[in-house]
Design a binder for this molecule. Structure first.
Ligand SMILES: NC(=O)c1ccc[n+]([C@@H]2O[C@H](COP(=O)([O-])OP(=O)(O)OC[C@H]3O[C@@H](n4cnc5c(N)ncnc54)[C@H](OP(=O)(O)O)[C@@H]3O)[C@@H](O)[C@H]2O)c1
Length: 252
C-alpha cells in the first residue's frame, strides 16, 4: 500500500515549480490532490493532468491566498468535492523584490499577506474540514531568506521569518488537536520565481559554488521531504523548519 493511500491534500501555488512537484509526489504516494493557483490556468491544468496520470483525483482551484474570503470559498469547494482534508501544503508565494530603501508599506503588506498571514485562514479552514479519524498534516514552504540577508529580499525574507514563527505557534496550539505542522525551507531552486531576480544567473552560479552537495536543490528534493513530513515516520516532528539545501546554509 502507498504511504498516503486514500489521503486528500491541498497544495497552494500548485500550478508550477515546487508546488507542482509536491502535488505530483503526493499523488504518486496515493493522495487525491487539490491544487490552488492565481493566474496561470494552463499550468494548473498541466499539473492536474500529471496528478490524474498517477490514477488519483485532481481538483483545480483559482483563488488569491492573500484574500481570506477567497480562501474560505476554496475550502467550500474542497468540502463539497473531497468531503474532508488530511494534508495542507501552504506553498504559494510572491512578493516585492526591492532594496529596503525603496519599499513602501503597500509592498510590505502585500508580501506579508500572500506569504505569511495566509497561513492563519488556511489553517482555520483546514481545522474545520480536517479528517477526524487521522492526524492532520500542515506544511509551509519557507526560504533561507527567513534567517539570512539576501539583496532585495527584505520584505520576502521578513515574511518567511514570520511564516516560520506562525508555524511554531500553530504547532504548539494544534498538536493537542492531532494536527502536526512544520515548515520546509529550501535553498535556491531554479523555478519561474528566479526570473524576478535581476541577478538570477549570479544567484544560481554562486549557490552552486557554495553547495557542498555539488548540485542545486530541485523541486523534487523539496517534495521528497514533504512526503516524509506527511508520513508517520515524522510523527514526533512538530513546529520545525527543515532545511533542504545540500548543505548551502551550513557554510560560514
Ligand atoms: N525558487 C526558489 O529558489 C525557492 C527557494 C526557497 C523557497 N521557495 C519557496 O517555495 C515556494 C514555491 O516557490 P516556486 O519557486 O515554486 O514559485 P513559482 O514557480 O513562482 O510559483 C509560485 C506559485 O504560487 C502561486 N501564487 C502566487 N501568488 C499567489 C496568490 N496570491 N494566490 C494563490 N497562488 C499564488 C502561483 O500561481 P500562478 O501559476 O497562477 O501564478 C504559482 O503556482 C514559495 O513559498 C517560495 O518562497 C522557493
Amino acid at each position: 500500500m502507498k504511504v498516503l493511500e486514500g489521503k486528500k491534500a491541498l497544495v497552494t501555488g500548485g500550478s508550477r515549480g515546487i508546488g507542482r512537484a509536491i502535488a505530483v509526489r503526493l499523488a504518486e504516494a496515493g493522495a487525491d490532490v487539490a491544487i490552488n493557483y492565481l493566474r496561470q490556468n494552463t499550468r494548473a491544468l498541466e499539473t492536474a493532468k500529471m496528478i490524474e496520470e498517477t490514477g488519483r483525483r485532481a481538483l483545480v482551484l483559482k483563488a488569491n491566498v492573500a484574500e481570506p474570503s477567497q480562501v474560505d470559498g476554496m475550502f467550500k469547494i474542497i468540502r463539497a468535492e473531497f468531503g474532508n482534508l488530511d494534508i495542507l501544503v501552504s506553498n504559494a508565494a510572491s512578493g516585492v523584490l526591492k532594496p529596503a530603501l525603496e519599499l513602501t508599506m503597500r509592498h510590505w503588506h502585500w508580501t506579508m499577506d500572500i506569504n505569511a498571514a495566509t497561513l492563519i485562514p488556511l489553517t482555520q479552514n483546514f481545522y474545520r474540514i480536517k479528517n477526524p479519524d487521522a492526524t492532520g498534516i500542515i506544511i509551509a514552504v519557507s526560504s533561507l531568506g527567513a534567517v539570512r540577508a539576501i539583496p532585495n529580499y527584505t520584505a520576502v525574507g521578513a515574511s518567511k521569518a514570520a511564516l516560520e514563527s506562525i508555524v511554531r505557534h500553530l504547532a504548539a496550539e494544534l498538536a493537542p488537536k492531532n494536527i502536526r505542522i512544520n515548515a520546509i525551507s529550501a535553498g535556491v531552486v531554479d523555478t519561474d520565481a528566479l526570473k524576478h531576480f535581476p541577478n538570477r544567473e549570479e544567484l544560481l552560479s554562486e549557490s552552486l559554488k557554495r553547495t557542498p552537495a555539488g548540485r542545486l536543490t530541485t523541486p523534487n528534493d523539496v517534495a521528497d521531504v514533504a512526503i516524509f513530513l506527511c508520513s508517520d515516520l515524522a510523527s514526533m516532528i512538530h513546529g520545525q523548519t527543515i532545511i533542504v539545501d545540500g548543505g548551502h546554509s551550513i557554510l560560514a
